[in-house]
Design a protein around this ligand. Structure first.
Ligand code: PA5
Length: 436
């Protein structure tokens, strides 16, 4: 279950304005439901959940099992909506420092133009394993358009490596996830025999994590892609029945926007959320930041960032609100144990914490920070999630996809396009002398 607790935010707002914003949120939700909102031709991410394709889920599962046996490295090559969701889920659910030798290491590439990163990755691919045998590699290139430069360049270099290493068999180790037809990737897939997955035409990149874009990398990483998917289906059904809490949340955020708040700082005290917040930042940022509107989605990982931007949050310009993601169930039961032989004056000064768990200490930091931020005039929306698992992440993903559609519709923008992204591409291609 996901609950947006608004009590420490709506106290900053007047009830009247909130009431009419709530009406507007309901109206926006209805236009999403009856497909009359702006960009209604992009609502396929709802159909993906209302009509689950179990044959596709089985195909992904079976394919992932094969890749897990076959590969030491599974390289996901994509950018934006074509990588951030999978990265977020893996970062949230895979234990850090626990790469098992019998399962593939999942590596992300093609999400920037950094040459050092790619050169280093190619070196890593070429270096033998500890037992002296060569690393086995499988690549999943993900691009709906097939033309995104970052992904295309990385894929070209990685493909060359694959062709050198595997010769005519390279194509059997490359998977292309792209639009149903047309485009460079479809042509390459057909010409070279890559296995292909489809991103439906009516599902935009940042709304595509619950298609093969996110599900295949998640399954290859050994996570339960079906539970993730059906977690989202459960949230879809529950919000169709009762969107009340989501609409209250959208109304409050809309009122803050109207009141001149410029920044929504999305934070968490669980470092596991960091990359998932990156997914949310992309989803909200590309969807609402247009026509001079929208809240800039900032990202903070606490307590780390309390020692950097915490000062700014507490005492800087009062033009922000905070959305804090909280997990009810402890992420670990690590304890500060009593330490034998502590000598007063030369001990580490932590005796008062003995017997407490890291979870309890982190929660105190969380509660204390929320109190301080609210006292410092920062409205805090608390997004409560029961636990961190596949099902809960599936629920979280759909909750925010629908939230983004409703909130963007309230703003009057098309939440599903990103016309502003073209500006940098145009200027870059001009510099590079790309033929028109
Ligand atoms: O949300 C979007 O549409 C974008 O963020 C895209 O996912 C991103 O630009 C990558 O595009 P593509 O999959 O076409 O390479």
């Amino acid at each position: 279950m996901i609950v947006a607790d608004l009590t420490l935010a709506t106290s900053f707002l007047e009830e009247n304005g909130l009431f009419s914003a709530r009406e507007k949120a309901l109206e926006a939700f209805r236009t999403v439901q009856n497909r009359t909102c702006r960009g209604a031709e992009w609502l396929g991410w709802r159909r993906v959940l209302s009509e689950p394709d179990d044959a596709l889920l089985d195909r992904i599962d079976t394919h992932a099992r094969k890749i897990r046996e076959q590969a030491d490295l599974f390289i996901v090559c994509g950018i934006g909506g074509s990588y951030q969701g999978a990265k977020g889920i893996l970062h949230a659910l895979k234990k850090p420092f626990h790469q098992r030798p019998d399962e593939p290491e999942v590596i992300f590439a093609g999400q920037h133009l950094g040459g050092r990163y790619l050169a280093s990755l190619i070196e890593y691919m070429s270096a033998p394993k500890a037992d002296g045998s060569p690393k086995e590699v499988v690549i999943n290139v993900i691009s709906k358009s097939g033309t995104t430069l970052e992904t295309a360049i990385a894929f070209r270099l990685l493909r060359e490596w694959m062709e050198e290493r595997y010769g005519v068999d390279a194509g059997g180790r490359i998977i292309a996830t792209t639009s149903p037809q047309g485009g460079v990737l479809n042509r390459l897939a057909e010409a070279n025999g890559y296995e292909k997955y489809v991103i439906p035409d009516d599902v935009g990149g940042r709304f595509s994590v619950l298609t093969p874009v996110g599900l295949l990398p998640v399954a290859v990483a050994g996570l339960d892609s079906k539970t993730l998917f059906y977690g989202a289906v459960g949230m879809f059904e529950s919000l169709e029945r009762d969107p009340g809490n989501l609409l209250d949340y959208a109304a409050a955020r809309y009122r803050f926007h109207e009141e001149g708040i410029a920044l929504d700082l999305i934070s968490s005290f669980d470092p596991e959320w960091r990359e998932m917040i990156g997914w949310l930042q992309q989803l909200l940022g590309e969807s609402e930041g247009k026509e001079g509107k929208g809240l800039f989605p900032g990202v903070a990982s606490y307590t780390t960032d309390l020692h950097s931007i915490g000062q700014m949050v507490q005492q800087g310009q009062r033009n922000l609100l905070e959305t804090m993601l909280r997990i009810r169930r402890p992420m670990s039961n690590l304890l500060i144990r009593e330490r034998e032989g502590n000598v007063a004056g030369v001990d580490d000064g932590l005796t008062y914490l003995e017997g407490k768990s890291l979870h309890q200490i982190n929660q105190s930091a969380e509660d204390g920070t929320i109190r301080a931020h609210v006292d410092g005039d920062v409205p805090v929306i608390q997004l409560m999630v029961d636990a961190m698992g596949e099902q809960q992440l599936g629920e979280f993903i759909y909750f925010y996809e629908l939230f983004t559609a409703v909130y963007g519709t309230m703003l009057g923008v098309n939440p599903f396009d990103q016309p502003g992204v073209e500006a940098y591409k145009k200027a870059m291609y001009q510099q590079l002398g790309k033929p028109s």
